[in-house]
Every structure is written in structure tokens, then in C-alpha cells.
Design a protein around this ligand. Structure first.
Ligand SMILES: Cc1ncc(COP(=O)(O)O)c(C=O)c1O
Length: 433
């Protein structure tokens, strides 16, 4: 951790607060060519917006229209027979994404599936991996978890007859701090010990941008007899993940943020290989999780597919899968190692420039260490000019604002440039400096 941190600090010595320097950096950038693969929203004057909201909704890859168009054409030509005769037959369509998804999150193909939406997958996973007893029933989560995650864990505890106020252990940062300390999470797991059933954290917290060390947290959870699951909504397509090696029990992610598959689009799900054939795990079942060889025999007895695919419920929406395939192909071509390397450098440049804004209120609450963050920096503004987001928008910036005073900025390596980062900070600085 220390050596990587030092590397980030050393990198900062090369940075220059200058537009020409940022442009020169873009000319050297091997991923810069991917920007033209995306549709960048335009200002009234026809200029590209500085889009810093890829952690909220990623931009549309240009080839999405063609990929969905192919399925519309195949539907028009083949009707139901498109399930077999489409250029990319619909029956096994989700399998086109399996290997790319596995590479994206550091998993084996048997461990991943694209299905449903995020909170749905979180519930399905908790049906299998949150099996509370009278003695062991607690769930650890961040106090500032995304509300849907909190509602999901609370409702699971209550579904099993527990009082969520007792069953949910919501971890708060220390007094005066904004993010959780790794050692405090480990200590909480140790403290809850035999009463702990599940650790369920966002692997990058949506609000603070803090990334957690999943490997150590999973090992600690397992050491007290609990399961470990993570929500990768802000991690998939952002961090260079190694879910299999990290030995987490399950993970879920959406694909509309860093993965650019469109609003409300499909989600991913990881189930560790060691659970692939565990018939003792209860699950909610549907026909798409049934043995592919006998699915169309239409029998009453459920025979789950080995691995993550066995948790599928329904036949999936092909247009959404097509949109996701278009984007995932770009990720697969660029590779997460290169994406992450650019992200580290661009985010460090963003931090370097923000530190130059002469504001006594502005505070970046995201951890400084590159092992504890991805693309997102969360800026706590202290005092917010009225209509702040509107003013930024009128100045050509789209970014995300969370009450009462947090701006989340996330340069996305496939379509943001160093120049975007430079211009973003210049515009923000004008408002709060
Ligand atoms: C961490 C996290 N959890 C849950 C959700 C809810 O996702 P969905 O509406 O796709 O279920 C989001 C959406 O932004 C999120 O960021």
C-alpha cells in the first residue's frame, strides 16, 4: 500500500497546471483513441460537454445503435425463430458476454452471469448467502451505503424475522473522518464474531469513492464463519478486480455506470466457483437457471446449471444485452490493466489540480492512496453557491451533486481526456475558489 501510494505522490511531481501540458498528455495517451467510439453530449454551442458523470450514467458507445439494430432486424425477419436463426441467436445470447465479464471482474467464466438488475441480484444473492440463525444473523454494511443496499439488507433481516435495528451493523467513520479505516472494519468483523452472518459492502463506496480491500475483508469474514459479498456498482469497469482470487462469496454490479450499457440496464453477478455445485444452498429459481439440455422438456423439477448461470430466473432482454455487448467489447479490447493505469494517472492529476484551488472549504474526502480509490473523487464543498450544478452545466460541465455539499467527479478513462480534467477544475475553481 505504501509503495503504491508513494508512486502516486511521485507521479504528481511531473504534473503541470497548464492546458498545453494536459493536451500533450492526451497526445501520449494510448487509450485516447477510444473517445471517438462514444457519443459525447453537446453544449448549446455544439461543443463537447466535459462529462464527469460516468460513475452515474456512462456515455453511449456509438456502436450500440448498430448492435440493437441487428436484433431489431432479426426480430423483424425471423420472429420467434430469431432464438435460433438470428445472427447472434437469442437463446444463448447472454453467453456472448460471459468471457468478457469474467475478464472484467477477474473471475472464471463459470462464476459470472449477466442477468436482471442490480438490487434484484443483491436480493437473489442474499437468499443464498444470508442464512441467519438465532445466534448468527448480523450483516455489516457501511453507514453511508447507497440507500438501495441498505433497504435490501434491512428488508432481508426483517424477512427472516429479525429487527433490522439490531441485525444491521452500520459502520460509521471515526469522529471527524469521512471514510472507514480498514482496521476498523476488520475490528468490527472480529467484534461481531459468531453473531455475524454476512459482510456486504460496496467495493467502491458510491458517496466517498473509497475502495475496500475485498481480499482481506473476505478472509476476515470467513475467519469468523460469515460470508462476504460486495456490490461492485462503482467498481466494475473502474477497478482492476480479481474476484476469484479475493475469494469473495458473491458480488453484484450494474452496467449503466462505468460500463456504459444505458439507463436501467442489466446487472452482473458473481458466485465463487466453490459454490458452483453446492446443492445445499437455497435459491429462488426460474426456468433460465435450469439445465440447458432439458430446459425445453418443460418438466416441473428444477435442475440448476452449475455456477452463476444457475441463479438466472428469466430469459434476458436481448436489446439490453446487445447494448452491453457493444460496450464490453471496448473494455475487452482496451483491457482493465490499461484502463486502470490511465485512471490512476488522470485521477491523480485531478487531485493535483484541485489542491491548487484556493478555497478554505473544499476538501477531497476520497482516500489519497490509489489502492483505496478508483476514478471517482468526492469533493466536499463546505459552502455551495446557489444553483451550483446549473452554473456548472452552463459552463459546459456535467457532473453529479449529492446533498448537502458533495460533488462527485469521475473521469472515465475510455472517453475523458486530461484536457477535460484541466477544464473541469478550472470551471469548478471559478465557482468556489
Ligand atoms: C451502490 C449502489 N447500489 C444500488 C444501486 C441501485 O441500483 P438499481 O436501481 O440498478 O437496482 C445503485 C445505483 O446507483 C448503486 O450505486
Amino acid at each position: 500500500m505504501t509503495s503504491q501510494n508513494t508512486t502516486a505522490e511521485a507521479t504528481k511531481d511531473e504534473f503541470v497546471n497548464d492546458l498545453e501540458w494536459a493536451r500533450a498528455e492526451d497526445r501520449k495517451d494510448e487509450l485516447a483513441k477510444y473517445r471517438k467510439e462514444f457519443l459525447i453530449p453537446k453544449t448549446k454551442d455544439g461543443k463537447d460537454f466535459i462529462y464527469m458523470a460516468g460513475n452515474s450514467l456512462g456515455l453511449q458507445p456509438k456502436n450500440v445503435r448498430e448492435y440493437i439494430g441487428q436484433e431489431l432486424d432479426d426480430w423483424a425477419v425471423h420472429g420467434v425463430e430469431g432464438h435460433w436463426d438470428a445472427k447472434h441467436p437469442w437463446l444463448p445470447y447472454h453467453e456472448n458476454l460471459t468471457e468478457m465479464a469474467a475478464r472484467l471482474v477477474g473471475a472464471k467464466p463459470i462464476e459470472v452471469v449477466i442477468m436482471n438488475t442490480l438490487t434484484v441480484n443483491l436480493h437473489l444473492m442474499m437468499v443464498s448467502f444470508y442464512r441467519p440463525t438465532k445466534e448468527r444473523y448480523k450483516i455489516i454494511i457501511e453507514a453511508c451505503a447507497f440507500p438501495s443496499d441498505r433497504y435490501a439488507v434491512d428488508s432481508q433481516a426483517e424477512f427472516h424475522g429479525f429487527d433490522a435495528k439490531d441485525a444491521i451493523v452500520a459502520l460509521e467513520p471515526r469522529e471527524g473522518e469521512f471514510t472507514l479505516r480498514h482496521e476498523d472494519i476488520l475490528a468490527a468483523i472480529e467484534r461481531e464474531g459468531e453473531s455475524l452472518a454476512l459482510v456486504m459492502l460496496g467495493n467502491v463506496n458510491y458517496l466517498t469513492g473509497q475502495a475496500f480491500n475485498m481480499k482481506e475483508l473476505a478472509a476476515k469474514a470467513h475467519s469468523v464463519g460469515a460470508n462476504a459479498g460486495f456490490n461492485l456498482a462503482h467498481g466494475a469497469g473502474n477497478l482492476h478486480l480479481k474476484l476469484h482470487d479475493d475469494n469473495v462469496d458473491f458480488a453484484v454490479w450494474c452496467s449503466y455506470k462505468y460500463l456504459n450499457s444505458g439507463p436501467g440496464s442489466l446487472a452482473g453477478c458473481f458466485v465463487h466457483e466453490r459454490h458452483a455445485n453446492d446443492s445445499s444452498l437455497p435459491r429462488l429459481a426460474g426456468w433460465w437457471g435450469h439445465n440447458k439440455k432439458t430446459r425445453f422438456k418443460m418438466g416441473p423439477e428444477f435442475d440448476p446449471i452449475s455456477g452463476a448461470e444457475g441463479w438466472q430466473l428469466s430469459n434476458p432482454p436481448i436489446f439490453q444485452l446487445a447494448a452491453l455487448r457493444a460496450s464490453m467489447e471496448l473494455f475487452d479490447k482496451a483491457g482493465m490493466a490499461a484502463i486502470r493505469a490511465k485512471s490512476d494517472r488522470m485521477t491523480a492529476y485531478l487531485e493535483f489540480l484541485l489542491e491548487k484551488i484556493p478555497s478554505k472549504f473544499l476538501k477531497v474526502i476520497t482516500p489519497k492512496s490509489i489502492t483505496e480509490r478508483g476514478s471517482q473523487l468526492s469533493l466536499k464543498l463546505g459552502s455551495v453557491p446557489k444553483d451550483f450544478v446549473k452554473i456548472l452545466r452552463e459552463s459546459g460541465v456535467i457532473c453529479d451533486f449529492r446533498e448537502p455539499d458533495i460533488v462527485r467527479a469521475a473521469p472515465a478513462p475510455l472517453y475523458n481526456s486530461f484536457e477535460d480534467v484541466y477544464q473541469f477544475v478550472k470551471i469548478v475553481g471559478k465557482q468556489i475558489g
